[in-house]
Structure formats: structure tokens, C-alpha cells
Design a protein. Structure first.
Length: 373
């Protein structure tokens, strides 16, 4: 059977510590508009979690230890304190006997780690050692958090104490208990609590699951890289030859074909050219930008060098080889080029196509023609 504390015993503790319970819930949940929702959640945890109940019976520090745990879990889900709509039946009819002043707003804007130490040490006058029992940290840590909070607030200790002292539930305290007690007596109360704790556990586990996945991915990467699974470290495979421009015709386009003439080069714009190597080489031959009888064989990329294999393109002189190189570079966009014929690098006066790409290339005339089959 699921654990439940005695309602009369819990009510007695609630009445004893209602002011502190409400104040902590307000400090953590007021920016989200969920003070009384959080207060009820604190009572539900005390009522249904045996460890929390036993701790609460040990005194004020034990009771507020449970409250702090619930409040901080609530804050950790949404540390930026985005305001949410009030749940039905919460808050609206429970009037509070104090106003939300600018100094109180400043305290509410503090990060969650400062709120419990500030309230206990500054407002309630607890020692750092007593407050450390509630927060589960060291007295030195509590002292440093209180000092840092007052510095952030730019507020004297006495003023902060006075502001925090105004945070009291007044007549809302007995009304809040009545609502909790009525809910606790419903037949489906335990079922709802199991569901709430399940999803709370899922929320808490998400960061650890994500961390586990990251560690697993890193281990898998290192395992492959270092050869933990195969006994051989990873080595990149050899480059796979591939055509940088498909030989399959694409949408026709305009291409440039360069042809040598006396004193420089003519740039022909060939309209409606199928975007294929075969068509390009055919236009080069027609216009005089490649040797008569030349034809395309293949092309492939190795690293940053494009190699184009031709047939019937040898021999060539220097201007013609330079024109061929310029046309193929304009078509492919390759920075490094190798033109070959029958398995041999095409050269002119011992210069390759790549050598001639860097040479002077004066375009003396331009013309436009249509593509020819």
C-alpha cells in the first residue's frame, strides 16, 4: 500500500511552519504566477513521500529541507521564470496581505540558488550552519550566497530583512490547507501523485539521458578512430573518381568557347548548348578551339585537379592548347586542370594546360553563335 502521512499530524506541522512554507513558495513561484500550486506540491510531497515526512518531523530544518527540495525542483524546470496561466481554482480567491513592491520584485528576480539562504539567514535570522541543513550545502557556501545576493540587490541587510518579512500568507494559509485536504481525500489522489512523480522523474532524467547519449557517441567515434572494434585504426579510403560535370544533358545554357586568332583570342558565346562534355568539345572543334577530329572520352576529379581525357587532340600548338584550357576551365570552374590525349598529357613547347592557364590571355573579339550538332 502506498505511503500516506496522517492528515492531522501534517496539518499540525503546516500550521506551525505555514509562514515559512508560504514565503519560500512565493519567492520561487511568484514570477510564474504559481505560488499556491507550488505550496500544494510541497504538501503533497510531505504527505506521500515517507523520507520527506520523517525528515519533516525532526524540526524546522527538516520540514524546510523538504520544502526547499520541492521549490528548487520547481524552479529548475524553468529558471527564467516565464509566467504561466494560473491553474483553475488556484490563487485567484486567495488574497494576500502585502503588496508587490520594487524591492520585492528585485528579490524575486534573483536566481534560485540565492533565495532560500537569503530568506533563512536575513529574514529569519538563522545561522549559516542552520540554513546549510536546509539547503544541503556547507555553511561557507550559504554565507557566500547571502553576501552575493545582497550585493546583487544593492540593498542593506536590514532593508532586505524588512522586505522579506512582509511576505506572509495571512488568511490565505487556512484556505490553502482546506484545498489540499479536500484533494487528498479524493479516491484518485494517489493515482495522480504517482503520475506526477513519474513525469517529474522523466524531467529530471532528461539531462542525464542526453549526457549519456553524448558520451556514447563520443565513445563510438573514438572506437572507430582508434580501431577498438576492428583492431585497426581508421584510415580514410582512397578518393573515388567522379565526373564533376555529369555527361547527361541538362537544361541548355550559354557556354564560352575560346579560339585563337592573330594577336589574341576570340570568345564565342554558344547559345542553347546542352550542358554536357560531348556537346562542349563538339563546339570547340566546330569553331576551331580544338584540333579537327577531337572528341570527348572521360573526365574525373582527383583532389582539386580535374582531368579531361580526349581522343584525336594531338598534336597542338601553344595558342590552341591555351584556348582549350580556358574553355574547359570556364565550363567546369576547376582551378587545376590536366588535359590528356590517348593517355598522355597534352603539351605544347613543353608547357601543359595548367601552365598556360597562368599565362597572358588577351580576348580581342567576342561573337555569338548558336549550338550546332
Amino acid at each position: 500500500m502506498a505511503f500516506c502521512a496522517g492528515l492531522p499530524q501534517l496539518e499540525a506541522l503546516y500550521n506551525q511552519y505555514a509562514g515559512d512554507l508560504f514565503a519560500l513558495c512565493y519567492l520561487y513561484a511568484a514570477p510564474k504566477g504559481q505560488t499556491f500550486s507550488l505550496l500544494r506540491e510541497c504538501l503533497e510531497d510531505l504527505y506521500t513521500i515517507e523520507k520527506r515526512w520523517r525528515k519533516a518531523q525532526s524540526g524546522a530544518a527538516g520540514f524546510l529541507w523538504s520544502v526547499h527540495r520541492t521549490c528548487y525542483d520547481f524552479y529548475a524546470k524553468d529558471p527564467k521564470a516565464r509566467k504561466k496561466a494560473k491553474p483553475s481554482g488556484e490563487g485567484g480567491s486567495l488574497a494576500l496581505p502585502f503588496s508587490l513592491t520594487d524591492p520585492l520584485r528585485a528579490i524575486l528576480r534573483l536566481p534560485g540558488r540565492y533565495k532560500t539562504p537569503l530568506y533563512l539567514c536575513v529574514c529569519r535570522g538563522w545561522t549559516a550552519a542552520q540554513a546549510a541543513q536546509v539547503t544541503g550545502s556547507s555553511p561557507a557556501r550559504v554565507e557566500s550566497l547571502v553576501a552575493a545576493a545582497l550585493k546583487k540587490l544593492d540593498m542593506p541587510r536590514e532593508k532586505a530583512a524588512a522586505v522579506l518579512a512582509t511576505v506572509q500568507p495571512g488568511e490565505a494559509a487556512p484556505r490553502a490547507w482546506e484545498r489540499f485536504a479536500a484533494a487528498a481525500e479524493q479516491p484518485d489522489f494517489q493515482k495522480k501523485q504517482r503520475s506526477r512523480r513519474f513525469w517529474q522523474g522523466v524531467d529530471n532524467a532528461v539531462p542525464f539521458v542526453a549526457l549519456g547519449l553524448i558520451v556514447l557517441a563520443a565513445a563510438a567515434y573514438l572506437g572507430v578512430e582508434q580501431g577498438w572494434f576492428t583492431g585497426r585504426p581508421y584510415a580514410p579510403s582512397a578518393a573515388v573518381e567522379s565526373q564533376p560535370v555529369s555527361s547527361a544533358p541538362r537544361e541548355p545554357a550559354d557556354v564560352s568557347v575560346y579560339v585563337p586568332e592573330e594577336g589574341g583570342f576570340v570568345e564565342y558565346t554558344v547559345h542553347n548548348t546542352p550542358y554536357a562534355w560531348e556537346g562542349l568539345v563538339r563546339q570547340m572543334v566546330y569553331l576551331g578551339g580544338a584540333p579537327e577530329g577531337s572528341s570527348y572520352v572521360s573526365s574525373h576529379q582527383e583532389g582539386d585537379t580535374l582531368t579531361v581525357e580526349l581522343a584525336g587532340a594531338s598534336p597542338v600548338d601553344e595558342p590552341l592548347l591555351q584556348a582549350m584550357a580556358a574553355t574547359i576551365q570556364a565550363f567546369s570552374g576547376a582551378e587545376h586542370l590536366s588535359l590528356r590525349c590517348d593517355g598522355q598529357e597534352l603539351t605544347a613547347d613543353s608547357q601543359t594546360a595548367q601552365d598556360l592557364l597562368a599565362a597572358s590571355f588577351p580576348v580581342t573579339r567576342t561573337a555569338e553563335v548558336d549550338y550546332r550538332e
